[in-house]
Design a binder for this molecule. Sequence first.
Ligand SMILES: [Zn+2]
Length: 67
Amino acid sequence: MEYTVAQKVKKEWGKKECDHPHLEKEYYVGAFLINYICTSCGKEFTIAEKLEMDQLSKRQKQDLSFH
Ligand SMILES: [Zn+2]
């Protein structure tokens, strides 16, 4: 998602709760930036935060398979 679009999404989303279901790499004038963006609310995540979330969702899936 483009940086400028993300800013717009963020503004329109406001302060609502978001599960951040889909993160996309952020880019600006064709160049990728180091951050990820939630396509729903426009929140920015660092690579470290994204990895953490990936691991968290993996863990949740594993937890579910135990039930
Ligand atoms: Zn979000």
